[in-house]
Structures are given as structure tokens and as C-alpha cells.
Write a protein that binds this ligand. Structure first.
Ligand SMILES: Cc1cc2nc3c(=O)[nH]c(=O)nc-3n(C[C@H](O)[C@H](O)[C@H](O)COP(=O)(O)O)c2cc1C
Length: 251
């Protein structure tokens, strides 16, 4: 089987990176993805913010922006899958090309700009998942580029995925939405975490469901910004910080 995937990888590298990514998602939706039939050794199990993972390797946001293939990626062996980033309204993202392979470095440069189908199809797909799942599935929330009140977009997202996601990420880390990372400054951050916490308190009526809320940050932060982030996260009762998105520096 692994030879088939080796061959598929070579074939996908002959075409542009974003097209290859799209084809991969389609193949996963058709059930053509790899399946880990062995399961994980019990010693690999970890618990993060109350979430139980059978192994500590998760799939970060950006691979499955529209929540199309979380079950396939859990079946492939990931301990958790984070879907998104999803914004309230569908968004085209930056003009193509916007995903660039660095073949020698086994890496890519991402300038996608939160392209996604929007909250409605995303939430419908999460709602259609047959539970129990093999691992946690998270929802990574973002703000539309043209939002007047970006904080409100996160509140809208939280309300829509409430009851549907095992955890929620408030993503203020993207290098590709102009001004988004300004939400990491102290006043904006206190407003954001405060309003999200308020929305959470209002939604939190079922003692059996109170998903962890995590803040995802950029790596390009000064020490005082890190202190502000930790302060705001702690004060608002968020459950953790995802460190981190990709750097904007090119050393
Ligand atoms: C093509 C691409 C798209 C991404 N899209 C998102 C996204 O939509 N939301 C997000 O929070 N992070 C996104 N990321 C960042 C990843 O989730 C991750 O934080 C980052 O790649 C750093 O992890 P790594 O060192 O394992 O690559 C994206 C990354 C790449 C390469």
C-alpha cells in the first residue's frame, strides 16, 4: 500500500501545490486515504486541556479548511484534527498562486489568506459526523478580511460551532489577513478574549459539553506581547494557547 502513496506523492508533485492539495482532499472524501489499522500503543495516549488523544501528533489547521475530511485524517492515524480556519462568510482568499513548495526544505510557503466556504457548510459537515470519533475534532475560527468588528466574527463562529466541535481555536495568528495579528495587542486582546468568554458563558448550559477554547498565536512576538497574551488568556478562562502559526521572517 505504501508504494501507492509514494507514487501518488510523486504524481502530485508534478502539479501546482494548491491543485495537488485540492485533489488530495477529494481523494480523502472518496475514501482513498491511508488507514492506520494497528491503532496506537497505550503509552502514546495524552490528555490536553481535557481532550483525550490516542497519540500526540495532531493535524494543524489549514489542511482541511472546510471540514471535509476529518474522519479520513483521524483514520490515517492523527491523534486529533483541527478543521478551519473558517470565517463567518465564505471568502476567496488571496489571488493564486498563493502556496509555494520549497522542495529541498520539505516545506511550503503559505499566502492563502483564509480562503474557505464559510461557517454554514463547515458547521453542517461537523453536525453530520458520526460520533464517537477516533479522536477530537476542533474548529479553528477566523475573521473575514472585510469585517467591521473582527471580534464579533469570532463570537459568531463560536455560537455556530457550539455543540459540534470537541474544541475551539480562536485564531489571531494568520500572517495573511492584514491587521489580524493586531488583535494580539493588549487592549484588542482583552476585548476579544472577554467577549468570547462572555459568549461562552451564555452558551454553556449543558454540563456535559464545555469544549476547551484555545488561542492560536503567531511566533513573531516580543516578550511583552507574550506576557499580555498569557495575561488575557488566563483572565478570560481560555483553556490554552496554540503556539504557533508560521513565522513571517525569512532568515
Ligand atoms: C498552506 C498552509 C495553510 C495554513 N492555513 C492555516 C489556517 O487556515 N489556519 C491556521 O490557524 N493555521 C494555518 N496554517 C498554519 C498551520 O496550522 C501551522 O500552525 C503552521 O504550519 C506551523 O506548524 P508546522 O511548523 O507544523 O508547519 C497553515 C499552514 C500552511 C502551510
Amino acid at each position: 500500500m505504501s508504494d501507492i502513496y509514494g507514487l501518488a506523492t510523486k504524481a502530485l508533485h508534478l502539479i501546482d501545490a494548491e491543485t495537488a492539495h485540492g485533489l488530495t482532499i477529494q481523494a480523502l472524501k472518496l475514501g482513498l486515504g491511508p488507514v492506520d489499522r494497528n491503532g496506537d500503543a497505550p503509552s502514546l495516549a495524552v490528555e490536553i486541556a481535557g481532550l483525550k488523544l490516542s497519540n500526540p501528533i495532531g493535524l494543524a489547521a489549514g489542511f482541511d479548511k472546510n471540514a471535509e475530511a476529518p474522519v479520513a485524517m483521524l483514520a490515517a492515524g492523527f491523534g486529533m484534527v483541527e478543521c478551519g480556519t473558517v470565517t463567518p462568510k465564505p471568502q476567496a482568499g488571496n489571488p493564486r498562486p498563493r502556496l509555494f513548495r520549497l522542495t529541498e526544505d520539505l516545506a511550503v510557503i503559505n499566502r492563502m489568506g483564509f480562503n474557505n466556504e464559510g461557517l454554514e457548510p463547515f458547521a453542517a459537515r461537523l453536525a453530520a459526523l458520526k460520533r464517537p470519533l477516533r479522536g477530537p475534532v476542533g474548529a479553528n475560527l477566523g475573521a473575514n478580511k472585510d469585517a467591521q468588528d473582527r471580534t464579533q466574527d469570532y463570537v459568531t463562529g463560536l455560537r455556530r460551532v457550539w455543540g459540534l466541535a470537541d474544541y475551539v481555536t480562536v485564531n489571531i495568528s494568520s500572517p495573511n489577513t492584514p491587521g489580524l495579528r493586531n488583535l494580539q495587542s493588549r487592549a484588542a486582546l482583552e476585548d476579544l478574549t472577554g467577549r468570547v468568554a462572555e459568549a461562552r458563558a451564555a452558551l454553556n448550559t449543558d454540563p456535559a459539553y464545555n469544549p476547551p477554547i484555545l488561542l492560536k498565536v503567531a511566533p513573531d512576538l516580543a516578550d511583552d506581547e507574550v506576557a499580555d497574551i498569557v495575561g488575557a488568556v488566563t483572565a478570560s478562562g481560555f483553556n490554552g494557547i496554540i503556539v504557533s502559526n508560521t513565522t513571517i521572517s525569512r532568515p
